[in-house]
Design a protein around this ligand. Structure first.
Ligand SMILES: N[C@@H](CCC(=O)N[C@@H](CS)C(=O)NCC(=O)O)C(=O)O
Length: 133
């Protein structure tokens, strides 16, 4: 598959963006990585994911696919020559979906809360040390 046929819209530190990148690497698919800048959204992102306006987006040919786990499923189904990523057994697949949803809903949310709290704590310390006391 030519590199230009597959593009990932993303930003390197995003764990959601890691999912399709890891999946493409497992399948040995070349792709172009189009880096989005935090705080602004490119025209291509707005066109490709008009509902959520979020990264990652996989663009295969001219078709955009959104939502990291849906993208991983798509990659697994389309590039069958590489090793399979997701379980084919229905029970194993249900367990995989359960933990993916758990990570999205609980773990990422907890990490975000921790980062915000650390930022507030740091700002508080800076404010205290900068005071006249
Ligand atoms: N459920 C989405 C979550 C994607 C997501 O939250 N992406 C973040 C980057 S880590 C984003 O684009 N944030 C920008 C915004 O919320 O406007 C997925 O799994 O792809």
């Amino acid at each position: 598959m030519a590199k230009n046929d597959v593009k990932v819209l993303g930003a390197w530190p995003s764990p959601f963006v890691m999912r399709p990148r890891i999946a493409l690497n497992i399948k040995s698919v070349n792709y172009e990585f189009l880096e989005e800048t935090f705080g602004s959204k490119s025209e291509l992102l707005l066109q490709s994911n008009p509902v959520h306006k979020k990264i990652p987006v996989l663009i295969h040919g001219d078709k955009p696919i959104c939502e990291s786990m849906i993208i991983v499923e798509y990659i697994d189904k389309v590039w069958t020559s590489g090793p399979s990523i997701l379980p084919s057994d229905p029970y194993d697949r249900a367990i995989q979906r359960f933990w993916a949803a758990y990570v999205d809903e609980k773990w990422f949310a907890a990490m975000r809360g921790l980062r915000i709290a650390q930022g507030e704590e740091r700002r508080g310390e800076e404010g205290f040390s900068g005071s006249s006391y």
